[in-house]
Design a protein around this ligand. Sequence first.
Ligand SMILES: Nc1ncnc2c1ncn2[C@@H]1O[C@H](COP(=O)(O)OP(=O)(O)OP(=O)(O)O)[C@@H](O)[C@H]1O
Length: 284
Amino acid sequence: MIKVTNLYHSYSNDENYAVRDVSFEISKGEIFGFLGPSGAGKSTTQKILIGLLPLQKGEGFVDNKNIRKSTRALFNLIGVSFERPNIYKKLTGVENLAFYSEMFSVPTEDPLKLLKMVGLEEAAHKKAGGYSKGMLQRLVFARSMINHPKIWFLDEPTSGLDPNTTSVIKGIIKEKQQQGTTVFLTTHNMHIAEELCDRVAFITNGEISAIDSPRSLKLKYGESFVNIEYREGNILKKEILSLTDEKHKQRIHELISKTKIETMHTQEATLEQIFIKIIGKELK
Ligand SMILES: Nc1ncnc2c1ncn2[C@@H]1O[C@H](COP(=O)(O)OP(=O)(O)OP(=O)(O)O)[C@@H](O)[C@H]1O
């Protein structure tokens, strides 16, 4: 559905690349996560794919269409929800969506239905100028579904939203995926990525360091631990021991045979830990 090969981009038109030799493919119906710290090149890559930035070097195809020849057909089939909302403050929520829907030459969704989906029904007929930051973000998210996009570009769709709204947004993304929508999601949030993405790419300094499913990355790079709580006399003690380190394994046997175990459970490495292991720094 999306294919990118050897993509480079320089804002200064020199060798100072914001994106360097980036290649990946996204299949139909897949949720693909682009994970990286601020300034890694995530937005730059997305902007090239949606035609907001020119393709300088490399190749890109969206729905088998060459992005060099970015056309109206491409605009009609994608949905874009980016972090900085560009919304008409003097128009209501419904009016903003209705206005936006005029730009497409494909059937569009009922604005009110979309606003209801994201919990904005009560604000639907109020001016967007009075919306909070989170409401504007939901409005942009709703707007990005107006043309029933086949391919959906989401940039930090849940950042700054409360847990309830986050869960609603995640539910909508999963539902759309089940209906066959392909999702290209960029985020700093490892939990969202772990929960939603079929595959993720780790990107830093414009380069991709790993691409795989969260599960495979964990199997490949993750170390499992066992978390043991045991009693020594009246004191409850706790140890976290590696399941791969020989000394730790011996210690696990020792604790099992010589102490009274209260609780014992395995602890899988998180995607965040894997990121630090591969990239060498935290995702911030
Ligand atoms: N319009 C611009 N002009 C010049 N440099 C830019 C421009 N936009 C981005 N950059 C630079 O390109 C690099 C990649 O930025 P990009 O916005 O793609 O990163 P990002 O991973 O999306 O970051 P964030 O998570 O903060 O949005 C950074 O070094 C950034 O400073």
